[in-house]
Write a protein that binds this ligand. Structure first.
Ligand SMILES: Cc1ncc(COP(=O)(O)O)c(C=O)c1O
Length: 475
């Protein structure tokens, strides 16, 4: 049994913590703090239960407060808290790698551990560059990503990523990077249920055109894509698109990297996006669900041939890949990963997601016809609801909808004019109903309020009262 801890009832001092990817001033004027979580629910500071419509940040597929993971981590901390990650190791690192390899698509069975999705992306890009070099092709050193791609926040991932807002304030980034188009075509595919049927091949062929026209394909090291673009608003590639990208990469000796930080661990109703789309990349990155979100950990799986090339072609005694992190394969992360994979094996969460996906699809598309709803996209247990853009107020409608949902007891994620839904795979049908009926009510509410509805200060009065309480002159 878990020991019962006392939950805070008072707001902490909000001044010191610089909250990531957040409008800090706005947040601190209206703080939304979770103090506990269990199953598919969070508990707010004012003791309300909030249904988790986003599996944390897409990272808790097995639901919250899993006792077997907590026990494994706690026990590991007292058995071996840390072992040097370079030049020595510990048994659980190898066991975790074996387990992760067994969960990967066939052939991707050599595993490099990182601490996050961002580190996994940068590690994958570095492995691609180093691979070509060790194979005697150092001129193959360009990297290709996609518009609206998200590969985390480190310089490599940022360079191949395609979300303008994340890139533009950080200088010049990496040289030798290009991007291909994203596959979202609302004009053609609005309200498609699941994978859009048409246009995939032509779109993928643009990749070949681009590298032939602007680059020599023999200079391209790797193409990195998310099988489904999550962070930029649930963008689902049309049928045949990823297969054609695979063919083009094969034709020119380019490594194909799938960033599966979001699409891994059952999210699409299969273990990986690779399985869903039946395309095997050369390198696959993951994080988040790997430990059910409880300990930072990422992994990069590479085809055995890639690993073997490093082992066979590097000088004897050399460090084959001069790269790694102090916390690569830290024991508690390995323990959490193994316990998480045990849960997936016992509860067949991928199958659960697959079995619920039709129901989820129907529920998501029930929002069609509501005011402002411009598109609904879905795959597995993911849905994106895109709103009409309002001139000069990008994201305001989605943000207000998110706040209203929070008032009504549901956590959703907003990104630009899009709301993304990605509940834990442990979600029940009645909770799926609740997600979409709450969204329905929130969207109608915000739309009916007109201009007032877009004004964030009209929401979460309780949270605003706490924040006001914090002002120095009130203390
Ligand atoms: C596809 C993808 N790659 C990389 C990342 C970055 O992961 P992290 O925040 O763990 O660095 C994310 C995060 O959402 C992601 O969705």
């Amino acid at each position: 049994m878990m020991s019962k801890t006392t939950l805070p009832t008072q707001l902490p001092d909000l001044s010191h913590y610089w909250i990531p990817f957040t409008a800090n001033r706005q947040f601190k004027a209206m703080p939304r703090l979770f103090k506990a979580a269990k199953g598919n629910y969070y508990t707010t500071m004012d003791d309300r239960q909030i249904l988790d419509g986003t599996a944390g940040l897409w990272c808790t597929p097995a639901g919250h407060g899993r006792e077997s993971i907590a026990a494994a981590v706690g026990q590991q901390l007292l058995t071996l808290d840390y072992a040097p990650a370079f030049q020595s190791s510990h048994p659980l690192a190898f066991e975790a790698a074996e387990r992760v390899a067994a969960y990967m698509p066939a052939g991707l069975d050599r595993i490099f551990f990182t601490n996050s999705g961002s580190e996994s992306a940068d590690t994958a890009l570095k492995i691609a560059l180093a691979y070509h070099r060790v194979c005697g092709n150092p001129m193959r050193n360009k990297l290709i990503g996609r518009e609206r791609g998200y590969h985390g926040v480190n310089f490599g991932g940022l360079a191949v990523g395609g979300i303008a807002g994340n890139r533009k304030v950080f200088g010049n980034g990496l040289a030798g990077v290009d991007h291909i188009r994203h596959p979202l075509d609302i004009a053609k595919n609005a309200f498609t249920k699941g994978v859009p049927a048409d246009g995939g091949i032509a779109l993928a062929n643009e990749f070949e055109q681009r590298i032939l026209t602007l680059h020599d394909p023999s200079t391209i090291a790797a193409l990195i894509v998310e099988p489904m673009q999550g962070s930029a608003g649930v963008i689902i590639p049309p049928k045949g698109y990823l297969k054609r990208l695979r063919e083009i990469c094969d034709r020119y000796g380019i490594l194909l990297i799938f960033d599966e930080v979001i699409t891994g661990f059952g999210r699409l109703g299969t273990k990986w996006g690779a399985d869903h789309f039946d395309v095997i990349p050369d390198i696959l990155t993951c994080a988040k669900g790997l430990t059910n979100g409880v300990v930072p950990m990422g992994a990069v799986a590479v085809k055995r041939e890639i690993y073997d090339a490093f082992m066979e072609k590097s000088p004897a005694g050399a460090i084959e890949l001069p790269h790694g992190y102090t916390y690569s394969a830290i024991p508690i992360a390995c323990a959490a990963a193994i316990a998480t994979l045990d849960i997936f094996a016992a509860e067949k969460l991928e199958d659960r997601a697959a079995n619920l996906s039709d129901y989820f699809e129907q529920a998501a598309h029930s929002l069609k016809g509501l005011p402002m709803v411009k598109d609904i996209r879905n795959i597995g247990l993911v849905a994106g609801i895109e709103f009409e853009a309002i001139a000069g107020k990008v994201g305001a409608f989605a943000f207000a909808t998110y706040l209203k949902c929070y008032e009504l007891g549901l956590h959703v994620r907003y990104t630009g004019d899009i709301i993304a839904i990605s509940p834990p795979l442990t979600i029940e049908k009645h909770e799926i109903d609740r997600i979409f009926s709450t969204l329905n009510a929130a969207i109608k509410y915000v739309a009916n309020q007109g201009e007032t509805g877009l004004d964030a200060s009209n929401y979460l009065k309780n949270e605003q009262a706490w924040a006001a309480h914090q002002q120095p002159d009130e203390l």
